[in-house]
Ligand binder design. Sequence first.
Ligand code: SAH
Length: 217
Amino acid sequence: MRRYEDTYKQKGLRKQLVDSIRQKGITDENVLAAIGNIPRHYFLDTAFESIAYDDRAFPIGEGQTISQPYTVAYQTQLLEPRPFEKVLEIGTGSGYQACVLAELKMNVFTIERQKRLFDQMKVFPFKSKYPNLRLFYGDGYEGLPSYAPFDKVLVTAAAPHIPEKLVQQLKIGGKMVIPVGGQEVQRMLRITKISETETEQELFDNFSFVPMLAGKK
Ligand code: SAH
């Protein structure tokens, strides 16, 4: 059994990470506090423990990655998270982003298409800190119709287009943050659902995510 320990050294490194993310332009203090409160090294293989607080992505198995902390902060800030909102995350991966949303007191529903990653997350002890976090195994393109509508949707894999079903599952006034584009690079979009048939789109910076793939595995 792995022992999870959050040392003074790791707390110190985490503070530095938060400072560096702030310097890169993240201003939402609640988001910065959430990053500061969550031991990111718990989400990584022990082999990465000493570099867990570098602002970079790391492999988490199955060809997937835990997003760079700056990217997590950037997407979370764009989402304008508010306590008790229902948020649907596509791409649980390591569960780190989902825990950031849960730390912000949102009601989190997160979907992962890879069974092995889903199973790992199910038994991850730190998750029990968040009764407001629920895991689902399935295809994010389908969303979670039985739990819809959502205040917010956050996609953490590169989408080739805006998934129509996810727009349908947003409340009127709800927002979706999603990286859209090709394999190499994607543009961060924020979509606001302004009526049953209309959306508004805002464009942000370029990022590089692993692909959003259809179906379960
Ligand atoms: N949010 C994650 C980042 C994971 S990377 C974290 O904080 O660690 C993207 C994840 O999206 C991968 O785990 C990948 O398996 C998953 N994914 C890709 N396509 C998906 C889909 N259609 N439905 C659900 N998950 C998907």
